[in-house]
Design a protein around this ligand. Structure first.
Ligand code: NAI
Ligand code: MG
Length: 499
């Protein structure tokens, strides 16, 4: 067994090295069959911090075979017992929050105080929440007469394949693994190329409590490792978070196998601000809604902000001033609000949008917050947050998901028109409405095409509330009891006739 520590460590560099080169299959850290590795880079410095296992179909085969074996016994445990084990394993996440926060900050460039620590705590919350739901895996009785018994039972689906992205890797894995496991499935996760370490550590820790083979993780590239996982005949359910394009590819493979998929894809979420809002709270709400502390790398980012004309100028000015005051810098520094973009590819993509906005006649792009001056961060993938105004509704910045710290702001005069504009997008993930007029708030809440509408706040996913999009934002829900029942079990009907 390799030298990964049991006790929480705050030496994230050493931990990253210790986790290098492994998948976790059948309860053990294992090397990739092909022996190949790929570098994991700290986006704040450009330094390679680890080498991850570059998995392929051979590793998928090994992981799925173990997962299928383990699932048979796991499914036979009373569901409350499974829940209790998941809850117990979550305590290891709890005691390692600081370690996980530092590790994910190292590999993703997300600031420790504003993002990474919050994420690590959320992971423990999610596993605890679902761990408590074991007793809810129950069926129904249907009365047909005194000598018959007609019941339904909730059965697990088998091996679940989960493919996750890099923006909140630990939390997005938890939202899939926790309900899948409590429902009696085993799971094989394929981590994102950019962020394989913290999620591997979580699976390693939880395997100290869970039976071997129920919770497995592979690292590798999408086409070489993710695609064979989706295609594997023993994988009976796929759950994915990532781009619309990849979601569609996964859906096509799943359709050929006739297996269910849950897809959580992109967004272009509107934030609609009425003049009667609580101005202070709403301006601050724009900063949190846009997820500037995550460099805007969020599917629910308020990347289209509509502000009622009477307060528009003041709102843009105040928002700009506040984003200006945010501190960009070393993700591991407690003073830092904003860290880095995840990878050179995303960096180029986001810079491309900014350049296009700046070159658009009539548009104005406000670059906010100062670039860090520390020479150690010279190669860091920092991008100044940008607030654009004066763009045309058909601009690519208004229509496409940028997944960076870039938002567009529009004035509006008419509520009905802004409702149409809010819905004029291929996406339908989230929205927020800011007003003290209950009639307006309700009308918008009902008529906005999105899976989640919030009034006077814009929180991230909360355990216990269904979360998931409509239109090109995805299929299915996560985070709630219903999502566990609907997406990780099937209902079997049993009819007994003793007449
Ligand atoms: P992606 O969708 O390509 O990657 C997400 C995951 O899918 C990764 O684990 C990747 O290895 C895997 N994958 C890629 N191709 C695959 C295939 N053919 N079969 C199976 N798995 C595959 O997203 P990427 O390239 O990281 O980001 C591109 C854009 O996607 C972003 O700019 C953003 O707009 C959007 N995105 C949305 C996210 C969300 O939370 N909804 C998260 C990450 C990205
Ligand atoms: Mg991709």
């Amino acid at each position: 067994m390799p030298e990964t520590p049991d006790a929480p460590t705050l030496d994230q560099a050493a931990l990253a090295r210790a986790l290098s080169g492994f998948h976790l299959i059948g309860g053990k850290l294992t090397r990739p069959v092909n022996g190949k590795l790929f570098p994991v880079v700290n986006p704040a410095t450009g330094a390679t911090v680890a080498e991850a296992a570059d998995g392929d179909a051979a590793d998928v085969e090994a992981a799925v075979a173990d997962a299928a074996r383990a699932q048979k016994e796991w499914a036979l445990l009373p569901s409350r017992r499974r829940g209790a084990l998941v809850h117990q394993a979550a305590q290891l996440i709890r005691s390692h929050v600081e370690e996980l926060a530092r590790l994910v900050a190292l590999e993703t460039g997300k600031a420790l105080r504003t993002e990474s620590r919050v994420e690590a705590n959320n992971v423990a919350d999610i596993f605890e929440f679902f761990g408590g739901l074991g007793g809810e895996l129950k069926g129904e009785t249907v009365p047909f007469g005194p000598d018959v018994l007609n019941i339904t039972v909730r059965e697990p689906l088998g091996v679940v394949g989960a493919i996750i992205p890099w923006n909140i890797p630990m939390m997005l894995m938890a939202l899939k693994a926790a309900p899948a496991l409590v429902a009696g499935n085993s799971i094989v996760v394929k981590s994102a190329e950019e962020a394989p370490l913290a999620v591997l550590r979580i699976v390693e820790l939880m395997n100290r409590v869970l039976p071997p083979g129920v919770f497995n993780i592979l690292s590798g590239q999408g086409p070489e490792c993710g695609a064979p996982l989706v295609a594997h005949p023993l994988v009976r359910k796929v759950t994915f978070t990532g781009s619309v394009e990849t979601g569609k590819i996964i859906s096509r493979t799943a359709a050929d196998k006739l297996i269910p998929v849950t897809l959580e894809l992109g967004g272009k979420s509107p934030m609609i601000v009425f003049a009667d809002c609580d101005f202070e709270k709403t301006v601050q709400g724009a900063l949190t809604s846009m997820r500037f502390t995550r460099q805007g790398q969020s599917c629910t980012a308020a990347s289209r902000i509509f502000v009622e004309r009477p307060i528009y100028d003041r709102f843009v000015a105040e928002m700009t001033q506040r984003v200006n005051a945010m501190v960009m810098g070393d993700p591991l520094d407690e003073k830092t609000d904003i860290g880095t973009i995840i990878s050179p590819a995303q960096y180029e993509k986001v810079q491309g949008f900014i350049a296009e906005g700046k070159n658009t006649a009539g548009a104005e792009g406000r670059a906010c917050a100062r670039m860090p001056e520390d020479p150690a961060l010279r190669k860091g993938l920092f991008i100044q947050p940008h607030i654009f105004t004066g763009l045309d509704r058909n601009s690519r910045l208004v229509r496409e998901e940028i997944f960076g710290p870039v938002t567009v702001v529009f004035p509006f005069d008419d509520a009905e028109a802004v409702l149409q504009d809010s819905n004029d997008t291929e996406f339908g993930l989230a929205a927020s409405v800011w007003t003290n007029n209950l009639k307006i708030a309700l009308r918008f809440a009902h008529r906005i095409e999105a899976g989640l509408v919030q009034v006077n706040q814009n929180l991230v996913v909360q355990p216990n509330l269904s979360y998931g999009g409509v239109k090109n934002s995805g299929l299915g829900k996560e985070a709630s009891l219903e999502s566990m029942l609907e997406h990780f079990t099937h209902k079997k009907t049993i009819m007994v006739n003793m007449a």
